[in-house]
Design a protein around this ligand. Structure first.
Ligand SMILES: Cc1cc2nc3c(=O)[nH]c(=O)nc-3n(C[C@H](O)[C@H](O)[C@H](O)COP(=O)(O)O)c2cc1C
Length: 312
């Protein structure tokens, strides 16, 4: 059977499939549940300095298995309340990555210190929520902002820092280059794609907030293109995310250059057992293709394979 274990920025993962931030990961019980279901690790809901209620309903619209539109507005209990949830997830045995969001480099750095104190193994910075005013793409939309936030956090904590970037930029790979300059240990790509649905009878957007973010199978080609370009333009390990629901999707991301993967919307359509199915399916697919280890597939679709990556 092919070896699924991967190493990401110093973390040993039993398989490449991480629970993506924001889906299923609010409580310690649900984080632990994703680990029990076979995930290689779990990423928390993005946590801010203070509790946030998020936007009024409707916040989610689902399409027929190919996508999901959401504008949740980053609801979360705030960093004061959250350590107990992380303790529960850790007690269940899960490798936990803490996701945080803030409005300034200083706020990110302070949150990072507090999150690091909970015992998480790494931090993921949400620089990429497309619909939360004052946060997300509004602070992570330019290379200068990404670099400043990543640098502030990297100086504040000793943990590996994953910068999660937006596809809603003219040059997402440029944001990854900025994260690399700022000292990131890895980059996660992508967050949701800015999108809209309209109710023609009500003559207004379906979601209460109006604009939202698209996730699920529909965005897989967008995520793959971002990972591809980031692989060619940086030396950072990449966490591929966006529309992974089958083993083939996962292998596409690995071959585009991702070292690890995140799974979100597929859980809404297929249930949390999708993690076990993805791991089994990827092992079978690698066997079928004569690839001994998941790590051997990383970057394999690039001309010249992994050896062609820029060195600097
Ligand atoms: C309902 C919902 C909530 C999300 N919340 C967060 C969040 O809190 N922080 C974050 O970084 N990404 C968040 N995301 C983005 C996902 O982590 C992921 O990047 C995106 O959905 C693409 O992956 P997928 O197609 O597998 O869902 C959210 C996505 C959805 C659908």
């Amino acid at each position: 059977m092919a070896e699924l274990g991967v190493r990401l920025a110093g973390l040993e993962l039993r398989n490449p499939f991480l629970l993506a931030s924001g889906i299923w990961g609010e409580s310690g019980v649900s984080l632990g549940g994703a680990w029990s279901a076979g995930a290689g690790g779990v990423i928390t809901k993005s946590i801010g300095s203070v509790p946030r209620a998020g936007y009024p309903n409707p916040t989610i619209e689902t399409y027929d298995r190919w996508g999901m539109l959401n504008a949740m507005g980053l609801p979360n209990p705030g960093i004061d309340e959250y350590p107990t949830e992380i303790a529960a997830a850790r007690a269940a045995g899960a490798p936990v990555i803490g996701s945080i969001f803030g409005a300034t480099p200083e706020e990110f750095a302070e949150l990072a210190r507090r999150m690091a104190a909970t015992g998480v193994l790494a931090l993921e910075l949400n620089l990429s929520c497309p619909h939360a005013e004052g946060y997300g793409t509004e602070v992570g939309g330019t290379p200068e902002e990404v670099e400043a936030i990543v640098r502030a956090v990297s100086r504040a904590v000793r943990l590996p820092v994953l910068a999660k970037i937006t596809p809603n930029s003219a040059d997402p790979a440029g944001l990854a280059e900025a994260a690399e300059r700022g000292g990131a240990a890895a980059v996660s790509a992508i967050n949701t794609v800015r999108a809209l649905a309209i109710d023609v009878r009500l003559r207004r957007p379906v979601l209460a907030h109006g604009l939202g973010g698209l996730s699920g199978s529909a965005i897989k080609p967008v995520g793959l293109a971002c990972v591809w370009q980031i692989y060619e333009r940086t030396r950072l390990p990449i966490v591929g995310v966006g529309g992974i629901s089958r083993a083939e999707d996962a292998l596409e991301y690995l071959m585009a250059g991702a070292t690890a993967l995140e799974v979100g919307t597929a859980i809404a359509f297929d249930g949390i057992s999708v993690f076990g199915r993805l791991a089994d399916g990827l092992a079978r697919l690698l066997d079928e293709l004569g690839i001994a280890r998941a790590a051997d597939a990383v970057g394999a679709a690039h001309p010249g394979g992994a050896a062609a990556r820029p060195s600097r």
